[in-house]
Design a binder for this molecule. Structure first.
Ligand SMILES: [Zn+2]
Length: 224
């Protein structure tokens, strides 16, 4: 079959992207081996009960409810600073909201701390582009404060050097114009102007990492 050069190029990159996703998944699903001794590595930040709230008689129920919506972020430095588009920002965890099903499955003593929102009228859901479904949000965010603790690595992932080197090769190829071709196929806007190199990183993350992150979270892997 004689393909137009442009079409051939597109097919080539689509195949590369598929292989990239497959090999990334292999990488993240590699056997996790416990370390003999945990290694100190950076910091973690998460939500914790404010001192006066942890003295309430129902503190244990609140703590249990929080465990369903807590999030942890990690950083190499204790100030949790990171660079985003030439600005310095602070990385903070955010509370999850719950779907109706997730809320229904909560232990009964936890349900009262959540409030059901109205689709279309909720700022939190609007920010996350959730439009049609009602969600359950934590009633009083001021009950919580951030807590920072040292982070320890407890596991390491087995490294398959052949897979790693193939992944690097694919990444190099995709970085030389591949992501732009793929974004066009997917109908995403893509700009080459200076200052927009972020979009390459964004696209790469979107295409390849969505799945990985979900799996990482599901398996409770260390993010480092
Ligand atoms: Zn909402």
């Amino acid at each position: 079959m004689n393909l137009h050069p442009k079409e051939r190029k597109q097919k080539h990159y689509i195949a590369l992207q598929k292989e990239f996703n497959h090999r990334s998944r292999m990488k993240w699903n590699a056997t996790s081996v416990p370390l003999k001794k945990p290694i100190r590595y950076g910091w973690k930040k998460f939500f914790s009960l404010r001192a006066d709230i942890s003295n309430r008689p129902d503190a244990s129920s609140i703590r249990l409810a929080l465990s369903y919506i807590n999030n942890t972020v990690y950083s190499r430095n204790a100030d949790f600073h990171y660079r985003a588009r030439k600005q310095t920002k602070v990385k903070n965890p955010s509370l999850r909201s719950l779907s109706v099903k997730e809320w229904e499955d909560l232990p009964s003593q936890c349900k009262k701390y959540f409030v059901r929102c109205t689709p279309g009228l909720c700022n939190d859901c609007h920010k996350q582009k959730i439009k049609s479904e009602p969600r359950y949000h934590w009633r009083n965010i001021y009950w919580f404060v951030y807590k920072v603790e040292p982070h320890y690595l407890t596991h390491y992932r087995e490294v398959d050097s052949e897979n790693e080197s193939r992944l690097n090769k694919i990444m190099n190829q995709l970085d030389r114009g591949g992501w732009a071709v793929l974004s066009k196929i997917k109908g995403r806007r893509y700009r080459w102007e200076p200052g927009y190199d972020d979009s390459i990183i964004f696209l790469r993350q979107k295409i390849a990492e969505d799945e990985m992150i979900r799996e990482l979270n599901a398996t409770k892997f260390n993010l480092y």
